[in-house]
Structures are given as structure tokens and as C-alpha cells.
Design a protein around this ligand. Structure first.
Ligand code: SF4
Length: 360
């Protein structure tokens, strides 16, 4: 997967957003998009197309004309089924024209939406006005054009007790799947609404309960754990390289491991930039990714996880960004994110299995 930032700008100002500089209008140029396409190594796509995830700012804020121009360099790769475009959008700028573009380029759509009414209160514009009506209008446009979409909802502390209400509401929109992100402590997010481990454990138990009653709705985290439990005993190895997950910024700068590191500074690692696609092809940058000090330090952290954490086989070491934002280093192990998103998911499910006396 490659994450591409068509623009740093977002028309919304969600309370928990981690992206600094989202008020600035910096847009990707055609030469940057062309350099990304030319830097893709066809050997990366042995078994599945490479996902190109357009994730701003708000990707659709560039407007359909520029967005289509940025897609052009990838046309040959797409025709050869080597890449699949994906867009993550707040849905407020979806128009008939953008729907035509999504269909024409077979772009998979992910919509960011937290829930109904007050449960979506963190998603507001720069004037503080709720975005829900505009989001729902965008979703209605997608439905009008018969465009399938997935939903990502961010759950903060105030929404913990409302998770069933959130899932009931999201299910009425008929998404292909629902993903639940518990609010994290990272980047420019000063909201401080991350649930406690205890709250998260209860939440995940409630999610599994809901999922067992609504089996036709896919929930990403539920699937992840159930697929893991259904698989043959895992053969895990800490030295299995993590997906370097390059993020290419609007200006061609490349960050590895976590998109949340984009725009961040560290005394030890400066600005995390591994290179720029206008200077060096992406495949060459990726060939030396494990020489980068912060990537090496992250690998040390993952090895420590394997030695110390009972959840490693399921987790495989978590995300670099969470380690950095919580501990200022990549070589640490447990984070608050681990507690609420990995460990509480497992223990919440175990609680339910124990109460019910069976595994759903
Ligand atoms: S849950 Fe946390 S400490 Fe455990 S393996 Fe995952 S990242 Fe490491």
C-alpha cells in the first residue's frame, strides 16, 4: 500500500485530527504524481494489486479536474490490474461530477463518519458547524450513483456507551464494511478523548455482541480477530519485515511506517523524510528503507514486543506512530493504543466468550 496526499487542505476541522497544516492549501502537482507512478516496482504486486490510498487533507478538496489529472500517470498500471485506487473522504464534497470520476477510475471509497447526531459531534468545519448533514448528502450521492463504500468511525470516550447506537446507524447506510478506530494520542491531536483500557474492553465486548446479532455486516476489527482465531497456529517471526507503508506528501516527500509522522519533527530523526520522489524513484528509496535509523529502531521495538508481549502473535508489533507519539521513541513496546485497540479487543472478546460460554 502507498498513501498519497493530493492536498494538505481539509475543509473540516475534526476535533481529534492528527494532521498539522490542514488549513493550508498545498496541492500535489502532475510531476509528483508522474514520479510516483514511475517509481512503482511491478514486482511488488505478486499476488494482489498495489493499493494507492488517496488520503489528504480531504482528497476531494483538490476538485475533480486536478484529481483526474493526478490519476492519469497511473492509467497503464491500472489497466494492467497492478494498482487499485482507494480514496478516504469526509464525503462532504461529493458531487455528481466526483461520483462520475470515482466510477470512471474504479476508485474504492472509504467514508469517515462517526455516528448519528451528537455521536458525530467531533466532525465539524472550521467554523465549528456540524458536518453531519453534508456527510449524509455526500453518502446520498454515492447511493444515487450506486457506488459502494466502507466506513471508518472514530470512537472517543464520550461515544463508548453509544457504540451499539453507532453501529445500528451505520448499518442503515449499507456500507461494505465498518472500521472502528478508537481515538489515538498522536500528531496534532490535542482533543484528549481516547478511551481508557477498561472502557475499551467493555466497548469491544459490546461490538462483538452486536456483530453476533448482525452477521451480514462486516466489522474490520471483529473480522481481524475471528480470522486470526480461525487460522492454523501462526508461525510468527519478529524479523519478518513490516510493510514500510510509504506516504507520499503533496510535494513528493516520503515518510515511512506511519502517515501520522508526516509534518512531525523529532530531535533524533529530524522530519522523518526518507527522500523525495522528484529526486529519487520510490523503489530505490524502499530498497534502503531498513537502513533508516527510525525504521531500524522500530524493528528493535517489534523484536522486544515478541519477547515480552502475550499479544504479539495477533498484533505483530503495532504501529510506529503510536510508539513515537506516546513515548517519543520507536524501540518501546506497549502503548495506550495497544491497550485499547489490540489487548482490549482480545480481552473484550474473551469476556463475551466466557459469559456466553461459547465462541460466536
Ligand atoms: S500489543 Fe503492543 S506491546 Fe504487544 S505486540 Fe502489540 S505493539 Fe507490542
Amino acid at each position: 500500500m502507498i498513501i498519497l496526499q493530493p492536498t494538505s487542505l481539509c475543509n473540516l476541522n475534526c476535533a481529534y485530527c492528527y494532521l498539522p497544516g490542514r488549513k493550508s492549501k498545498n496541492e500535489m502537482s502532475l510531476p509528483v504524481a508522474r514520479a510516483i507512478a514511475e517509481g512503482i516496482n511491478h514486482e511488488w504486486m505478486e499476488s494482489a494489486p498495489l493499493e494507492l490510498v488517496w488520503h489528504g487533507g480531504e482528497s476531494l478538496a483538490v476538485g475533480p479536474t486536478l484529481f483526474e489529472e493526478l490519476l492519469t500517470p497511473f492509467t497503464a498500471l491500472q489497466h494492467a490490474s497492478l494498482v487499485q485506487h482507494v480514496i478516504q473522504t469526509n464525503a462532504t464534497l461529493i458531487t455528481n461530477k466526483s461520483c462520475e470520476l470515482l466510477l470512471k477510475h474504479d476508485i474504492q471509497v472509504g467514508v469517515s463518519l462517526d455516528g448519528p447526531s451528537t455521536l458525530n459531534q467531533n466532525r465539524v468545519d472550521w467554523q465549528g458547524k456540524p458536518a453531519l448533514t453534508r456527510i449524509m448528502n455526500g453518502i446520498a450521492k454515492l447511493a444515487e450513483h450506486r457506488i459502494d463504500f466502507d466506513v471508518i468511525a472514530v470512537i472517543d470516550q464520550t461515544a463508548i456507551d453509544g457504540v451499539e447506537q453507532i453501529l445500528d446507524f451505520l448499518a442503515t447506510l449499507h456500507p461494505r464494511s465498518i472500521a472502528l478506530n478508537l481515538e489515538e494520542r498522536e500528531g496534532a491531536n490535542l482533543h484528549n478523548g481516547s478511551p481508557s483500557p477498561h472502557e475499551a474492553r467493555t466497548l469491544w465486548r459490546d461490538v462483538f455482541t452486536w456483530a453476533s446479532r448482525n452477521r451480514s455486516i462486516r466489522i474490520r476489527e471483529v473480522d481481524r480477530l475471528l480470522n486470526y482465531l480461525a487460522a492454523p497456529p501462526p508461525t510468527t517471526a519478529a524479523d519478518t519485515p513490516h510493510d514500510p507503508l510509504p506516504t507520499v506528501a503533496w510535494n513528493g516527500d516520503v515518510i515511512m511506517l506511519s502517515p501520522e509522522l508526516l509534518g512531525m519533527k523529532s530531535t533524533q530523526y529530524s522530519d522523518f523524510i526518507a527522500g523525495n520522489v522528484l529526486v529519487e524513484p520510490l523503489h530505490r528509496m524502499l530498497s534502503r528503507v531498513y537502513d533508516l535509523p527510525y525504521v531500524q529502531e522500530f524493528q528493535t521495538g517489534v523484536r522486544r514486543c515478541k519477547q515480552t508481549c502475550d499479544f504479539f502473535a495477533f498484533c505483530q508489533g503495532g504501529q510506529a506512530g503510536n510508539r513515537f507519539f506516546e513515548h517519543g521513541a520507536f524501540s518501546t513496546t506497549e502503548t495506550h493504543h495497544c491497550h485499547i485497540t489490540i489487548q482490549a479487543l482480545v480481552t473484550g472478546f474473551a469476556d463475551l466468550a466466557e459469559t456466553e460460554g461459547k465462541i460466536a
